[in-house]
Design a protein around this ligand. Structure first.
Ligand code: NDP
Length: 483
C-alpha cells in the first residue's frame, strides 16, 4: 500500500476529501504515493488562517524573517541529491536536471533571505514647505500561488521565496501531477519559525481547488505559471475581485542561427534549448530560424545530434532525455507530429513513441524541416521534444520571423557579428534575449517574464518581484518646528 501524503492547512497536516495516486512517468509500475485532495472547506480555512498569520509574520523582525528563508534555502541545497531524485522520479527529467532544479530552488530562498535586509524605501521633499515624503513598500497580504509540473520545485520557489520575503502569507496549489515535490518543500517550510497558517499547501485539481482559490475574495494576489487558457480564466476571475495578478504562460521561442555562426556551437545551443527537460519548458527553442547559407550543414549536424541523444529512465545514468510527463501529454505530442506532417513539414527524425525496458511515456526527439512560420506547429506551444527548422535568406528576415508570434518569452541568436547581436538584443520582441546561448536557462537575481501571450503583470524574480509582492505606501510628514 502506497504511503498517503497530507495537505498542510492552517498549520496542520490533514487528510483531504479524497486522494490521487502519483506514478513515475519513467516506469508506470512505480507508485510514488497517494496525495490528499483538499476540500472547499479546507481551502477556505487555509485562507482565513493565512490572514491572521500574515499580520504576525509582517511584524517579525527582519533578521527573523531572513533566518527562515536562509534555513529553507540551505536545507534545499544540502538535500538536492535526495530531493532531486524524488523530483526526477515523479516529473521525468534526467537526474542531473532534477538535482539542479532543487539546488536552484534553494538559491531562490537564499537570494530572497538576503533581500529581506535590503528593503529600502525612498524619500522626497514635498512641494509644500515643511513636509517630507516617505515612500515604502508593504506586504500585499495573502498570496495564492498556482504552479506547474514542469519545474515543480523551482517555479514554486521563485514565487514562495519573494512572497515570504516581502511579508506575505502563502496558499500554494501545486500541479496535481507532481505533488511529491510539493509535499517535500512544504515539509521543510512547515518546520521553520513561522506563524501557524502562514503557509498552506492545498493539493487538489486545478478545476476545483484552483478555481475556488483564484475566485476567492480572501486572496490579495495570484501568481500563476501554466497554460494560456487557464491563465486567461485566472485573469478574468482576478479582475472580478480586483485581485492583483501575475501570469507566466506559454511561448514559441525562436533561435536565429546566422550564416556567420559557429555551427557546432549553434547545434549544441539548439539541441540543449529544444530538448532539455524533454522540451517541456516555456523557454524551449521550438523554432530554429536558420540562414540558408549554412542551413544544410546545420541541419545535418542537428539531426545527427538529435538521433544520438539517449532517451531513457530519468534516474538511469546516461539518460539525456527522460519521458514526457504523462500519457495525455505524450498523446498530444504525437498529435502534433501528425499535424506537422499534414501541414507539409518533413519529419527528419524522431517524433515517435518508444518502447523501452521500463513502461513509461518515452518519445524520441523530433526535428521538422522545411517548415513555415504560418504552420500551427510553429504557432502553438507544443511542450514536447519537437523542434522546427525554418530557412531564411537574411538577418532581417530572421528577425521578422522571430518576432512573428503571439508569444514573446525568450529568443536567441547565434552569430559572431557584434552588430547583429546588438541589433537583435534591441529589436527582438521578447522579455528575455540570449546571444550564443540557448533560449532556456535564466538566472535568479534578474527579472524574468515575457510579452504578448507569454506573460501578464509584473515581472518575476530578482528585485523586480517586489513590484508584485508589495504595495506602495506614500506618507506625508509635517514634523513642525523644534521648540
Ligand atoms: P495548466 O495551465 O492546466 O496547469 C497549470 C496549473 O494551473 C496547475 O497547477 C493546474 O492544476 C492549475 N489549474 C488548472 N486549471 C485551473 C483553474 N481553472 N484554476 C486555477 N488553477 C488551475 O497546464 P497543464 O498542466 O494542463 O499543461 C497544459 C499545457 O500548458 C502544456 O502542454 C503547456 O503547453 C502549458 N504549460 C506551460 C507551462 C509554462 O511553464 N509556461 C507550465 C505548464 C504547462 P492541475 O495540474 O492540478 O490541474
Amino acid at each position: 500500500m502506497a504511503e498517503s501524503k497530507l495537505n498542510f492547512i492552517a498549520g496542520q497536516w490533514i487528510a483531504g476529501e479524497g486522494e490521487i495516486e502519483n506514478r513515475n512517468p519513467s516506469d508506470v509500475s512505480d507508485v510514488i504515493g497517494n496525495f490528499a485532495q483538499a476540500s472547499a472547506g479546507q481551502l477556505d480555512a487555509a485562507l482565513e488562517k493565512a490572514r491572521d498569520a500574515q499580520r504576525i509574520w509582517a511584524g517579525y523582525g527582519l533578521e527573523r524573517r531572513q533566518a527562515v528563508l536562509q534555513a529553507i534555502g540551505t536545507e534545499l541545497i544540502s538535500r538536492s541529491e535526495e530531493l532531486g531524485t524524488l523530483l526526477s522520479r515523479e516529473e521525468g527529467k534526467p537526474l542531473a536536471e532534477g538535482k539542479g532544479e532543487i539546488y536552484r530552488a534553494g538559491q531562490f530562498f537564499t537570494y530572497y533571505a538576503a533581500e529581506c535586509l535590503r528593503q529600502l524605501g525612498e524619500n522626497a521633499d514635498s512641494v509644500r514647505d515643511g513636509i517630507e515624503i516617505d515612500v515604502r513598500r508593504e506586504p500585499v497580504g495573502v498570496v495564492a500561488i498556482i504552479s506547474p509540473w514542469n519545474f515543480p520545485t523551482a517555479t514554486a520557489s521563485w514565487k514562495i521565496a519573494p512572497a515570504l520575503c516581502y511579508g506575505n502569507a502563502v496558499v500554494w496549489k501545486p500541479a496535481n501531477i507532481t505533488p511529491a515535490s510539493a509535499v517535500a518543500l512544504t515539509e521543510i517550510i512547515a518546520r521553520q519559525d513561522i506563524p501557524e497558517g502562514l503557509f498552506s499547501l492545498v493539493m487538489g485539481s486545478g478545476r476545483s481547488v484552483g478555481q475556488r482559490l483564484v475566485e476567492s475574495p480572501g486572496v490579495n494576489a495570484i501568481s500563476f505559471t501554466g497554460s494560456v487558457p487557464v491563465g486567461r480564466g485566472i485573469a478574468t476571475a482576478a479582475v472580478g475581485n480586483f485581485t492583483k495578478v501575475q501570469l507566466e504562460m506559454g511561448s514559441k521561442n525562436a533561435l536565429a542561427v546566422m550564416d556567420d555562426a559557429d555551427i557546432d556551437l549553434a547545434v549544441t545551443v539548439a539541441l540543449g534549448g529544444a530538448f532539455g527537460g524533454t522540451g517541456q519548458k516555456c523557454t524551449a527553442s521550438s523554432r530554429l530560424v536558420v540562414h540558408e547559407a549554412i542551413h544544410d550543414a546545420f541541419v545535418e549536424k542537428l539531426v545527427a545530434g538529435a538521433q544520438a541523444m539517449t532517451v531513457g529512465h530519468a534516474l538511469e545514468a546516461g539518460t539525456q532525455i527522460g519521458p514526457v510527463v504523462s500519457e495525455a501529454q505524450l498523446l498530444e505530442n504525437l498529435g502534433y507530429v501528425d499535424l506537422g506532417k499534414s501541414e507539409g513539414a518533413e519529419l527528419a527524425c524522431g517524433g515517435e513513441r518508444l518502447s523501452l525496458s521500463h513502461d513509461g511515456y518515452y518519445m524520441s526527439p523530433g526535428v521538422f524541416l522545411n517548415t513555415t512560420n504560418d504552420m500551427r506547429i510553429n504557432r502553438e506551444e507544443m511542450f514536447a521534444p519537437l523542434t522546427s527548422v525554418m530557412r531564411v535568406g537574411s538577418y532581417d528576415e530572421a528577425l521578422s520571423v522571430v518576432n512573428d508570434t503571439s508569444f514573446g518569452l525568450t529568443s536567441g541568436i547565434v552569430t559572431r557579428s557584434l552588430a547583429r547581436a546588438a541589433h537583435f538584443r534591441r529589436n527582438a520582441r521578447t522579455g528575455v534575449v540570449t546571444v550564443n546561448l540557448p533560449t532556456a536557462g535564466t538566472d535568479y537575481h534578474v527579472p524574468f517574464g515575457g510579452r504578448g501571450e507569454s506573460s501578464y503583470g509584473p515581472r518575476e524574480q530578482g528585485r523586480a518581484a517586489a513590484e508584485f509582492y508589495t504595495t506602495v505606501k506614500t506618507a506625508y510628514i509635517s514634523a513642525g518646528a523644534p521648540e
